[in-house]
Design a protein around this ligand. Structure first.
Ligand code: AMP
Ligand code: MG
Length: 347
């Protein structure tokens, strides 16, 4: 299959009538797949009402069928078609954070969406992305769009159109190239179907921000305890892994450098994941800075790009600095732990 690359300037007016967006929307209506930029990462979009389109998403990504997809909408009223109720906490969260990097779990109306999209669950995950190109595409096609991250399952999520093509070229109808994405880690997932709101996945909106709007928010036990069964099916899978084994290192940069020396002594090519503050300190085959530690949002924005870049550098092993587990750092550490398969070396 030929994969179209539609370059779109996200700052132009009237994106809904942009010929590239219209082209992409037509493919979606024909149940083909289109990758789209969002403010978090690139998504792989398909018609959420169609079993055919949703089956193509799972096949293109190699995604396990028990991992449900997030449904993307452009207008709140679209919810009425496939959600049974909007609890007051969810309404407040939508007012405060939509469009934006917050996914909300609702009780679903039977038969309104492809069963495959929700992996047969009684609930559905929904979000409204805050990206002009994504919103224009969603409005133009008029459909609820199922869109997981546009990467092969297990690889780091794509934050640039080139990353999408690295994984999915020839497997999808096209990608709308709207430049690099902003937040860089996926949306926060919050379950509002029970008596208490529960975070299932940390992401772009922090726990503190949520609590300012709806009061006390809980966290799924599996986020702290690896032996607990996560309420969000996708959280049990290893994700985001570069090709070489990655180890998180807790300790000083001097300690990390001694680990590097040890492995170089064994003849291995070593990579170091650090930030701009420490970039010139390390000596290794490939030292990559992932944003600035002092501005933690910049780390989130470039984490996946950096993880992917290690694959080009042909290293045998990677050591990574760690980050404070709070605010956006909580989402960064959650992704880093998955990329490292929880391997941590402490000083
Ligand atoms: P991704 O599409 O890769 O960003 O992942 C979507 C995340 O949302 C995965 O962790 C899914 O398991 C989770 N998710 C989607 N739908 C539901 C649902 N109905 N209940 C709980 N988690 C969900
Ligand atoms: Mg993903």
């Amino acid at each position: 299959m030929n994969t179209n690359v539609w370059k779109v300037d996200k700052y132009v007016d009237n994106l809904e009538n942009n010929p590239q967006v219209v082209d992409a929307a037509n493919f979606l209506r024909e149940n083909e797949l289109v990758a789209l930029p969002t403010e978090t990462v690139y998504g792989l979009g398909g018609n959420a009402e169609s079993d055919e389109a949703v089956a193509k998403i799972f096949a293109a990504k190699g995604r396990p069928g028990d991992n449900p997809l997030i449904i993307h909408i452009a207008e709140r009223q679209q919810l009425n078609r496939f959600v049974t109720e909007v609890p007051p906490s969810a309404a407040k969260l939508m007012d405060a954070f939509w469009p934006g990097p917050l996914t909300i779990i609702f009780k679903k109306k039977e038969g309104a969406l492809s069963e495959k999209a929700t992996a047969g669950l009684e609930t559905v995950a929904v979000r409204m992305p805050d990206h002009p190109v994504a919103l224009a595409l969603l409005k133009t096609c008029g459909l609820p769009i199922a869109a997981p991250s546009a990467n092969s399952s297990g690889k780091p999520s794509p934050t640039k159109a080139e990353h999408v093509l690295d994984d999915l070229n020839g497997k999808i109808a096209g990608v709308l190239d709207g430049g690099a994405t902003g937040v860089g880690v996926e949306s926060t997932v919050i379950d509002c179907t029970g008596t208490l709101p529960v975070i299932l996945r940390p992401g772009g909106v922090t726990k503190e921000q949520l609590e300012e709007v709806i009061g006390k928010v809980w966290e799924d036990a599996a986020l702290k305890d690896q032996s607990a069964r996560p309420k969000s099916p996708g959280m049990k899978y290893t994700h985001y892994a570069p090709n070489a084994p990655l180890f998180m290192v807790s300790g000083t940069r001097e300690f990390l450098q001694t680990l590097v020396e040890e492995k170089r002594g064994e003849g291995l090519r070593v990579g170091v994941l650090t930030t701009e503050e420490n970039e010139s300190f390390y000596e290794a085959e490939l030292v990559l800075a992932c944003g600035r530690r002092a501005e933690i949002e910049t780390v989130a924005a470039s984490l996946y790009d950096t993880l992917r870049s290690f694959n080009q550098g042909k290293v045998d092993i990677i050591f990574s600095e760690i980050f404070p587990n709070e605010g956006v750092g909580h989402a960064i550490m959650n992704r880093l732990e998955k990329a490292a398969g929880h391997k941590l070396i402490s000083e």
